[in-house]
Design a binder for this molecule. Structure first.
Ligand code: QV4
Ligand code: CA
Length: 476
């Protein structure tokens, strides 16, 4: 959604940063009476103008980001156009005419020949049963007009859209609603894509692809059907990690010892993982109430800290805006609220305050010191195996990443005082959670690693953040 991104890395030593952005193409404008965030998941054409700005502004952003090594990944909504109830007119972000009743989208153009309604066999035309793979792929997802992706014409239009983005300089795509597309149709479209723009990427570089498939088990469609096309979202990750950190269902952090495939997740080499996403942070999509978000900041930082320290998967950090939740019978009836916006409907700028937090109601989780520093930790330990696991059988755990980094959590209601084998070279390290290394000093806690590699960790159960992380790039 608006502003969603992968984390910022401030350390120039790091190779690059990735940033996942909201759908940039033309979408329906829904005034009901205020504009919901989810209108961006209802395409009207593949022109590049949205609440986030014009095509020129988009090109300018991609160019400026690429020039400083911040690569852009576009959320590509190619399964469908707007909802069948979307009406007719030019209430669209670039003003293209469309008619949802006759399935005419003049900005592409698509006509009624380009949709799946003839193929869908349900009475309502909607997906009624997720146990039927034909319904899931050929019927309408929540009323959204389902594109006939087996058609040469439709494939060509989508490939042209994605290739236009590649030529502008984007580095890859999240394929929205991939479960609702046949893996073979996705493969065909991907086969038409150009290599990345050589102004910024080495010749022959393919776009990075990750497919949104919600597979919590128990459905007819499995994530594994999509491995051949690229990475796949692993939704079990955030749902289960939320239970562990919240200590629900008898879960404890010590059970994380075999986190990953040992928990029934897809192979690490296939997985794209996250603690929360733009859907499940507000009760859409999958995961339910266990999902950790910025609203539970203390637990959230622990969850993100664990994810970024652990070697499993390609990780993604959420970046959000604040809204006021209003739970009615367990459901947030404000789950539709769109991004901070100006009176003309455009999205408010992400301003940066003097203390480096964000203004205008942007949460900017990726700028939180603990999260930003854990991204640096992840880059520092990249390629190292998980080593020196320790736990107390309950909710105190610790592990290292070879001789590059070490992290310790105390999620108990009692204080922790333990001397642990870190595997790190002897020396004094800055804890990058309570502070960080600045010049020749630590702004937060300091940890001393002995010549044998051991160090004493004392973590109060009431600490602002009950975890400590050290790595070789934060050594004095
Ligand atoms: C409603 C009724 C329909 C009816 C229709 C009539 O529910 O039964 O036919 O009106 O027009 C919005 C409304 C939804 C409305 C629909 C069509 O919330 O009530 O249907 O528009 O008008 C996001 C939101 C949806 C939103 C959609 C389009 O989450 O609420 O629907 O955008 O604006 C499954 C999928 C998975 C999906 C997840 C949410 O397998 O793919 O649900 N996740 C992705 C995105 C998500 C997005 C979509 C897919 C669709 O991450 O953000 O949905 O692009 O698990
Ligand atoms: Ca479909």
């Amino acid at each position: 959604m608006d502003g969603r991104s992968a984390p910022a890395m401030t350390n120039p030593r790091h190779r690059f940063e990735k940033r996942h952005i909201s759908p940039p193409n033309e979408n329906i404008v829904i005034n009901s009476p205020w504009r919901p965030w989810y209108e961006r998941y209802q395409p009207i054409s593949y022109k590049l103008c949205s609440r986030s700005g014009s095509e020129q502004q988009f090109r300018d952003m991609v160019t400026r980001c690429n020039n400083v090594g911040v690569y852009i990944y576009v959320d590509a909504v190619i399964n469908h156009m707007c909802g069948g109830g979307g009406g007719a007119g030019t209430h669209s972000t670039c003003g293209s005419y469309f008619n949802a009743n006759t399935k005419e989208f003049s900005g592409v153009p698509y006509s009624n020949l380009d949709f799946n309604d003839g193929k869908c066999r349900t009475g309502s035309g909607e997906i009624e049963n997720y146990g039927d793979i034909y319904q899931v792929r050929d019927c309408r997802l929540v009323g959204l007009l389902d594109l006939a992706l087996e058609k040469e014409y439709v494939r060509g239009k989508i490939a042209a859209f994605l290739n236009n983005l590649i030529s502008i300089g984007v580095a890859g795509f999240r394929l929205d609603a991939s479960k609702h597309m046949w893996p073979g149709d996705i493969a065909n479209i991907l086969g038409r894509l150009n290599n990345l723009n050589t102004q910024w990427f080495p010749g022959g570089t393919r776009p990075f692809i990750f497919q949104e498939v919600i597979d919590l088990g128990g459905e007819a469609i499995s994530a594994s059907e999509y491995y051949g096309n690229g990475r796949v979202t692993e939704f079990k990750y955030g749902a289960k990690l939320g239970n562990v950190i919240r200590k629900w269902n008898g879960e404890r952090m010590s059970y994380l010892k075999n986190w990953g495939e040992g928990w029934g997740f897809m192979p690490s080499s296939r997985a794209l993982v996250f603690v929360d996403n733009h859907d499940n942070q507000r009760g859409h999509g999958a995961g339910g109430t266990s999902i950790l978000t910025f609203f539970d900041a203390r637990l959230y930082k622990m969850g993100i800290g664990f994810m970024l320290a652990h070697p499993y998967g390609v990780t993604r950090v959420m970046s959000s805006y604040r809204w006021t939740r209003n739970f009615v019978n367990g459901k947030d009836v404000n789950d539709w609220i769109g991004p901070p916006s100006n009176s003309d409907g455009s999205t408010k700028a992400v301003t940066i305050n003097a203390d480096s937090t964000c203004g205008n109601e942007w949460v900017c989780e990726h700028r939180w010191r603990q999260i930003k520093n854990m991204v640096i930790f992840r880059n520092t330990v990249d390629g190292q195996a998980l080593t020196n696991w320790w736990d107390n059988g309950g909710n105190q755990i610790a592990f290292g990443r070879g001789n590059r980094g070490y992290i310790v959590f105390n999620n108990e209601s009692s204080n922790m005082d333990a001397t642990l084998n870190t595997g790190l070279p002897a020396g004094t390290y800055c804890d990058v959670i309570s502070g960080q290394k600045e010049g020749t000093r630590c702004t937060g806690a300091q940890i001393t690693v002995s010549s044998s590699g051991s160090a004493r960790f004392t973590i109060s159960s009431s600490a602002e953040d009950p975890f400590v992380a050290i790595h070789v790039n934060a050594k004095l």
